[in-house]
Design a protein around this ligand. Sequence first.
Ligand code: PMV
Length: 350
Amino acid sequence: MLPEASLVHGAGAGTGARTGTSPVGASAASSLSSTGRAWGKVILLGEHAVVYGVPALAVGIDLGARASAVRGGGAKSTLEVPGWGVSVSEGDGGTDLARAWTAIVVAARQDSRAVLSAGPVVLTGHAELPPGGGLGCSAALGVAIARALVPGMTSEEAAGLAMSWERVFHGNPSGIDAAVAAHGGSILYEKGSPMQSVPLKVSLTVCLGSTGIASSTKTMVDGVARLREKKPELVEKAFSGITSLVRNARLALEAGDLAALGNLMNLNQMILSGLLLSTEEIERLCGTARDDGALGAKLTGAGGGGCVVALAPDAATAEQIVAGWKVAGFTGFSTSVRPTQVTTGHEAQL
Ligand code: PMV
């Protein structure tokens, strides 16, 4: 698991000048300075099942991660994450962060565009998301780092490079987190297939509430794998139910039918609870949100803690939902996801 960090409130807080549908990307103003950014992600439906080839729907959110690389350091390239108070060098063992840094540096070196080809770098990373919160913190940081290490990559390439980092934290990641971190927008992701953009008919207002409990994606994914070994029929039925929900949710998104989308999210939450991924805090957050007018609410990401996503019909209801969470002792924020195109091709040079 990554080090602890606190939940940042307010969509877009600390994200600099990223606005609207502008792509997140990398720049290499000179051989001495290269930067990268990435989106955070919210899985609307389909987490866990996506690891086994079921499609999932996810959207990028403005809170994400950024990274900048400068020439320097000692003989080895170094990663510093000031917000977490950590600094690791290539080849260090001991922590997942050190191993992930080593893995991404080794993979980046295979690319002739890598800033590493001219010598070691000091890379500074900033995550704007809570680690272990189900919002794709590690993938966002991995994609931002990938972009800073190899300027000029396409989103596909950045997501691919970030997978070497993601595998250290998550063991068997589906790739959805890295795909959304790199592309933003709203996507349907199916492991092993090209990612599909899902055009939104209307903006989505989503509220994200934190249980305050960090969870390990690897542990939760391992838990589902164990349950699948013990009760294969139960888990296969759950996955086939989720497949139908995701397909219908895609249609609801394309039609702008938010009430239908909310119902499908509630049904997905029931199935996730059956897979032992929910907790008392998650259920309380979902229940409070529904009482306060959410069209649907469910855990998002790995579960076992982390965050829930609640779909609000409008901004005023979103405020009520977040206020209700605060009264119940939780933290949260709302953000909107606008109809947008997935970022493809080469990123804009900043
Ligand atoms: O909790 P997060 O943000 O790491 O999301 C995990 C999503 C899973 O479907 C549970 C795992 C995966 O690799 O897709």
